[in-house]
Write a protein that binds this ligand. Structure first.
Ligand SMILES: [Zn+2]
Length: 188
């Protein structure tokens, strides 16, 4: 039996440096290219299809995983680590595959939003967090008061949940400023 793989999860609000943490983890793992798979969800079209980028300009090559792609088909006997950026957008169905891969001794590192802009648990993230062997909360700085932020606040009243964007639509806020913003709508 292979030793169980590690499940490392970075979570937090937007602008908390999650992708940076993910890229740093990948870099520090010092793996050969064929030992590593990096995925972002197929819906993330902020940047080129095969690159994950951070707000501060770090980059890493990746594959785009859509609903038709079967994760296990891309795994080879050499695969040691699989990384997921924007993990909240992956289908929950993928978790059973992740468990199988962990049991085979492959480690998983994931970064994502734990809460959507309505402060609800976001997609695949709760499952990953509950099962993590290493769990790291990352915080941003509140755009209103400068204290520790763990909420994502949407500035526009666009009803589409999956509005991929950045500074134009979202702010990082502490719990208090988030609540104030929700109460007074978008005037803040
Ligand atoms: Zn605040």
């Amino acid at each position: 039996m292979a030793e169980q793989g590690q499940l490392i999860v970075y979570y937090g609000c937007m602008f908390a440096g999650k992708t940076t943490a993910l890229i740093d983890y990948i870099s520090n793992a010092n793996l050969k290219p064929n030992e590593l798979l990096v995925f972002k969800p197929g819906i993330d079209n902020r940047a080129a299809k095969n690159i994950i980028t951070t707000h501060d300009g770090k980059k890493h090559e990746c594959l785009s995983l859509d609903h038709e792609t079967v994760l296990s088909d891309l795994v080879t006997p050499y695969t040691k680590l699989i990384a997921f950026d924007e993990a909240q957008f992956f289908d929950k169905i993928i978790f059973s595959e992740i468990k199988r891969l962990l049991a085979k001794g492959i480690s998983i590192v994931a970064a994502g939003l734990d809460k959507d802009y309505l402060a609800r648990p976001f997609g695949l993230m709760p499952l990953l967090m509950q099962n993590a062997t290493e769990l790291y909360e990352l915080n941003a700085k509140c755009d209103c008061c400068g204290s520790k932020a763990n909420h994502t606040f949407r500035k526009e009243t666009n009803k589409v949940l999956v509005l991929i964007g950045s500074e134009n639509y979202y702010e990082a806020r502490c719990a208090d400023c988030y609540q104030i913003g929700v109460e007074i709508g978008t005037q803040a």
